[in-house]
Design a protein around this ligand. Structure first.
Ligand SMILES: *Cc1c(COP(=O)(O)O)cnc(C)c1O
Length: 370
């Protein structure tokens, strides 16, 4: 799905230099490399504060925790995401409330949110799935009307723009992941929380480091969730390339689109994209509407082409979420998407010839199966 070695080869000397710099300075946890990266990340995302953490999951968890989300509270989110999005809500004793997706964008359908708001609703977590921003204007409008927090799960969408604004800086808090396969991937785990709210930033800075602002002066109960110096130094090198890489992903997606749009049995999402509304294609995902998604995946695999299903089981139907008592059929569009989506390899270094090869095999499959 990705070729991380190809990326490393293209910036090897810079990365190696960054790593040995950290080792030389012994700045392994916190310190100047983390601070430098936080500063550059905040600038890139056009937010006031960015705080490096252990993972994207921790960013989501600490966001909710810092906002005081607790048992009895409800948090509205999408059932079509990575498990962490809902897991963190449950982990705090609050209740995830799922709202079905818009089948075209795969993101939470803002039109369906209002009817799920109760007196216990405290926050909405939109996910910018696959790198395509959720419809934030309507979500922010509802949040204002009902006095709710908005926490953007931007783990798949670093650099994506919504109405000219970078995601992660639109809601109260933005959460990012540097899991190695993400668009901005570390060589291990890592995450970032962004906010324009200084009070929230101060709280996160406390909580993520054992509730101590000054070493050994613990004023709060916190956790240990810090970004490593080596990861920060690596990410700081990579951040310089993120625009270029995201643009290349967009070109890959365009090539796929041009070939796949003519195939019966495949449905592509249709978006209006421009300079102000972008999709950074963390994943390139389409729907197979003739019921042969799994057969297509198998056939591509035979030719050495990897595919993935993000995500095969909607969150509301996962075993861990059984206690919420959602039934099959309760989130029609999400369940349909889970049965029909397929993601193809996408990364900046993916060559045109390979894209052509993959698309050819897909074309052949549908020609033979018709
Ligand atoms: C990757 C991801 C996360 C979790 O990030 P980690 O860094 O792996 O903890 C959360 N939400 C979404 C949508 C993700 O893609």
């Amino acid at each position: 799905m990705v070729d991380l070695n190809a990326q490393y080869d293209s910036i090897k000397s810079e990365i190696d230099g960054a790593i040995s710099g950290v080792i030389h300075d012994g700045a392994f946890v916190g310190g100047k490399y983390v601070e430098q990266f936080e500063k550059n990340f905040a600038q890139y995302c056009e937010v006031k504060h960015a705080i490096g953490l252990n993972s994207g999951t921790d960013a989501l968890y600490l966001a909710l925790w810092a906002l005081g989300i607790k048992e009895g509270d409800e948090v509205i989110t999408t059932p079509f995401s990575f498990f962490a999005t809902a897991e963190v809500v449950a982990r705090l004793g609050a209740t995830p409330v799922f709202v079905d997706i818009d089948p075209n964008s795969f993101n939470i359908d803002p039109e369906l949110i209002e009817s799920k708001i109760t007196k216990n609703t405290k926050a909405i977590i939109p996910v910018h799935l696959y790198g395509k921003p959720a419809q934030m204007d309507k979500i922010m409008e509802l949040a204002k009307k009902y006095n709710l927090y908005v926490i953007e799960d931007a783990c798949q969408a670093i650099g994506a723009k919504y109405q000219g604004k970078r995601v992660g800086g639109i809601g109260d808090i933005g959460c990012f992941s540097f899991y190695p396969s993400k668009n901005l991937g570390a060589y291990g785990d890592g995450g970032m929380l962004t906010t324009n709210n200084s009070q929230i930033a101060e709280k996160i800075k406390l909580l993520h480091n054992h509730g101590a602002k000054i070493k050994y002066h613990h004023t709060h109960i916190g956790v240990s969730s810090r970004l490593d110096g080596i990861q920060a130094a690596i990410l700081d090198v990579k951040l310089k390339y993120i625009e270029e890489w995201n643009n290349k992903r967009f070109e890959v997606a365009k090539q796929y689109n041009d070939i796949l749009k003519n195939i019966m049995g495949i449905k592509l999402s249709e978006f209006k994209l421009d300079d102000k509304n972008t999709h950074i294609y963390h994943q390139y995902t389409f729907k197979v509407t003739n019921g042969q998604r799994d057969e297509l995946a198998k056939e591509l695999n035979k030719h050495g082409i990897s595919t993935m299903i993000y995500y095969p089981i909607p969150l509301h139907l996962l075993e861990a979420m059984n206690y919420l008592n959602y039934k099959e059929g309760s989130m029609v569009e999400t369940e349909k998407a889970a049965a029909e989506v397929l993601s193809l390899p996408i990364y900046p270094e993916l060559e045109s010839s390979k894209i052509r090869f993959i698309a050819d095999k897909i074309e052949q499959f549908f020609n033979l199966s018709c």
